[in-house]
Design a protein around this ligand. Structure first.
Ligand code: AMP
Length: 546
């Protein structure tokens, strides 16, 4: 027997309707690419998204068409997402930090019909447009006054496009399972693969993200999404914030410490989200200038492991709660978040810090377990490492156009490619990407654990640990260090700093200093490239049975 409840498809534009109806005058602030700060409201975003959807429909956009964006976080980018999806299209986020040939591959693979592009990235597309075979129109996210001289095909200023229609438009009625957004994972090997979100997965994920033990957003918040819309679906914020009708501040292109600090204070932000490298710049700026934070209450930090020293500074020096999150593009993207169980909140700070440095507990809608190499489930004892697999309604079941083939196991679980432990309380801790794991004498060493401790040394800016061939142990850890500008430290200093903080047999066999640790387009350390650089590195222990 079926239930007797209404059939109300979960469509993302319903979220925007809600924000406009119940928080229509709540502000959306943008630090614009042109320079000045622009202010609009949820009502304004709604109105302009309707006009955009109508203009796109008049220009022949059909349900399922992919329309790309190559843009910073701005109110226009937000309108583009809603306008595109409201016309039945699929917003496809292009990551400007990718190599040009990757952008070409991705836009061609997606068969993008239009690209909405910020002024910053027009020169990139001008160089590539001959190879972008399917793109008919380039929408420059600006007004006529700032329109550049450009050879881009059928270039139109975004504000001019909006004048082609009024807001008398009904969002397309779609199946909630219809495609809504497309985001390619960078993939260190092979071609990038497209994760195709549906309206339903985006709405469900945003609702899950709002839970009090997850992002805990409310109408009383002012949210600064620093995490870019072009990476990992902006951690749901483009949908979860309007569900609450909170004020939202879009940072545009300036993400350095000073610019972020000025926005945090100037717009009285209460919650923000970004990868550790952004927070590192902010903390350095605040420390160098002896600044404090007056309104910020919570920050979500994820994308790569958040070092304990960062959590400690935010919480103890600045009074800001850290929510350490783990996720991936394929998970829409949030998988776990470090909100503490009631009993852990009563523990002393040092113990809390240990728990908060883990990646957190799964939110409802994410099922999680760890498996051995043969696919057998491993114990949730907080010690055993295994392949982390996940299942849920906002988790990919395949990549766009079937790339990568079957990606679920027979029980419907997706292998995240991460290696992790799960403890009896449900806290998950990532030890490595499976392909980065260091195997020493048959045992696994967690590079992330060592890196987290090494960045606590005052001279260290970035630390990366990789496995290097060893005649006796197969592999042993090498610590690669980028020092802070002007700082100095020796191999002996760093090893002495680690001594006692990690198991003896995890101690790196050597330390190498580099000018810059290579970082990829989504802010992660490029271990592959480091392994290549150090593939002939001879460890001092290699000559003896270390
Ligand atoms: P992406 O799809 O680009 O967001 O990359 C997802 C990957 O980033 C995950 O599979 C993890 O390897 C890594 N990652 C994300 N968040 C964290 C975190 N908090 N700690 C460690 N690794 C993380």
């Amino acid at each position: 027997m079926l239930g007797l409840m209404q059939d109300w498809p979960l469509l993302v534009h319903r979220v925007l309707d809600h924000a406009a109806t119940y928080a229509g005058d709540k502000e959306i602030v943008t630090r614009s690419i042109e320079g000045p700060v622009r202010r609009t409201t949820w009502g304004g975003i709604h109105n302009r998204s309707l006009r955009l959807a109508k203009a796109l429909t008049k220009r022949g956009v059909k349900p399922g068409d992919r329309l790309a964006t190559l843009a910073w976080n701005t109110e226009r980018h937000l309108e583009a997402w809603y306008g595109i999806t409201g016309a039945g299209g699929v917003y496809h986020t292009l990551n400007p930090r990718l190599f040009p040939e990757q952008l070409v591959y991705i836009a061609n693979h997606a068969e993008d019909r239009m690209i909405f592009v910020d002024l910053t990235f027009v020169p990139i597309l001008e160089k590539l447009q001959d190879q972008l075979k399917t793109v008919e129109t380039y929408v420059i996210l600006t007004d006529a006054a700032h329109m550049p001289q450009t050879g881009l095909r059928n270039a139109v200023a975004y504000e001019d496009l909006l004048t082609e229609a009024d807001d008398d438009f009904d969002w397309l009625t779609l199946d909630e399972n219809a495609a809504c957004g497309l985001c390619y994972t960078s993939g260190t090997t092979g071609n990038p693969k497209g994760v195709l979100y549906s309206h339903r997965s985006n709405v469900l994920h945003a609702m899950a993200a709002l839970q009090a033990d997850v992002l805990a957003l409310s109408n009383a918040d002012t949210v600064l999404p620093i995490v870019p819309m072009f990476h990992a679906n902006a951690w749901s914020l483009a949908f979860s914030v309007p569900m609450t009708g909170a004020k939202m501040v879009m940072p545009g292109q300036k993400l350095d410490g000073e610019s972020v600090y000025n926005l945090l204070e100037g717009e009285q932000i209460t919650m923000s989200a970004a990868v550790p490298t952004v927070w590192l710049m902010l903390l350095q700026h605040m420390e160098a200038n002896n600044l404090k934070l007056s309104t910020l209450k919570r920050v979500a930090i994820g994308g790569s492991a958040c070092p304990p020293v960062m959590i400690q500074k935010f919480e103890q020096v600045y009074g800001v709660e850290v929510m350490h999150a783990w996720g991936m593009t394929e998970l829409s993207p949030i998988g776990t978040i470090g909100s503490l169980l009631a009993r852990d909140r009563k523990k002393p700070f040092d113990e809390q810090l240990k728990i908060k440095s883990k990646q957190g507990r799964p939110l409802f809608t994410v099922e999680m377990k760890i498996l051995d190499d043969d696919g057998k489930e491993l114990p949730r004892d907080g010690k055993t490492f295994g392949h982390l697999v996940v299942r849920g309604p906002a988790i990919a079941k395949g990549y766009f156009k079937g790339e990568g083939g079957q990606i679920l196991d027979e029980d419907g679980f997706f292998d995240t490619g991460d290696v992790a432990t799960l403890d009896p309380d449900g806290y998950m801790q990532i030890t490595d990407r499976a392909k980065d794991v260091i195997k020493s004498g048959g045992e696994w060493i967690s590079s992330i654990d060592i890196e987290n401790i090494a960045v606590g040394h005052p001279a260290v800016a970035v630390a990366a640990v990789i496995g290097v061939a060893h005649p006796k142990w197969d592999e042993r850890p090498l610590l690669v260090v980028q020092l802070k500008p002007g700082a100095s430290a020796t191999k002996e200093d760093l090893l002495a700093y680690l001594d006692g903080k990690i198991a003896k047999w995890w101690m790196p066999d050597d330390v190498a200093f580099v000018e810059a640790v290579p970082i990829n387009a989504t802010g992660k350390i490029q271990k592959l490239s480091l392994r290549e650089t150090f593939k002939n590195h001879v460890l001092p222990t290699a000559g003896r049975a270390a």
